[in-house]
Ligand binder design. Sequence first.
Ligand SMILES: *Cc1c(COP(=O)(O)O)cnc(C)c1O
Length: 462
Amino acid sequence: MKNTEKYRTVIEPFKIKSVEPIRMTTRQERENILAQAGLNPFMIKSQDVIIDFLTDSGTSAMSAAQWGAIMVGDEAYAGARSFYRFQEKVQDIFGFPIVIPTHQGRAAEKILFSTICGPGKFVPNNTHFDTTRANVEFAGATAVDCLTEEGKDPSLITPFKGNMDLEKLEAVIRERGAENIPVVMLTVTNNSGGGQPVSMKNIRGVSELCRKYDIPFFFDACRFAENAYFIKLREPGYASKTPLEIAREMFSYADGCTMSAKKDALVNMGGFIALRNEEWAQQFRNILIITEGFPTYGGLSGRDLEAIAQGLDEVLDEDYLHYRIISTAYLADHIAELGVPILQPPGGHAVYVDAKAMCPHIPIEQYPGQAIVCGLYLEGGVRAVEIGSVMFGTYDESGKLIPAPLELVRLAIPRRVYTQSHMDYVVEVFEELVRNRDALRGVRIVKEAPVLRHFTAQFEYV
Ligand SMILES: *Cc1c(COP(=O)(O)O)cnc(C)c1O
């Protein structure tokens, strides 16, 4: 019995039969590498990274069963067997009858929003992920975030900080007019809000509002399994349900979803749209054929579709989800114990460090998050990413920085890739960093691109 059994150490619920070596580097080497990269970890080669926490997207380890499925992929242009296996699996879990594969999540978003959005339209979401917002805006519409106030307080500990603020959502619908809202989106878990989950009660509430105003309701479903497990752990009435049952109930309240399979389908590439509305599906397939491919492969190989179908099964395994959520919390709790201020409670896929609180001696204009990112790499070859004023900062007319609301460092955890001793190593790196935090130095930007500057910016120490 999983729920009554008392675990000691939560071990990785898998054995390793294929390994990828990590190249160890010395501090001296890392100093040269970081300087060469202009103090920007996006510019570092992965072979020079010891623990890579840059993203959880497309970085999952596939199982033996997934690699096996890859060998039986049917690469027929039309009507491939692999498509039908994929379609059946998505229908079984998500409950939407129509399934359209795409090469990744943003391709699904592009097809959805370019069909239903345009100038004068508004799309509410708990928090838009950056590619979602970009696709809404590229289609001429306005993206509106309606996150619950709880989700905006980094230190507040409540169970569902990813919830939609239902009053705010209804106010937006009334103000803008239901006819100008082609879809309401709900992101599970709320990636840009720290990977925080959404409760079933809130999902039901969003669904009821959408019915009341006759607006379609779609999920951004990237981390649906992690969200389902948080519901099981935290929401009354769900403790004895399986993650599959919970996922089915979540999607039963909606009209469709977009999905990046690079997250909770445990593959390195892929995505899909699933929905109930055949009229929309016809329009989606028209664009799909121009930009992605024929509707039974949509920009993916048959073998990719096989791996997704298999991954969707594995991701709902309770032992896997238990390990996944506990191992993220393990890292979070251990670095919090060292006095590192983190966003609470830890989300499903990542741990966020509050850089402003950790390095009060570094002014915002000297990017404390980037200073910590550099420190993590120098100290232990750990690659993280700044999510603060480097990523979201802008300038006023006089060239003065308008900072982001929060200065965070994100440690995103790839699925099934690292073991507890890797996590212990990262905790030790933090221990050293905390001990020498006064030595962390601010940086200035010496070169930047006009948009999405964080990818390519070059820095130097102040
Ligand atoms: C990753 C992600 C996307 C985009 O998916 P890609 O596969 O990277 O294109 C959309 N929404 C959320 C919440 C995501 O995390």
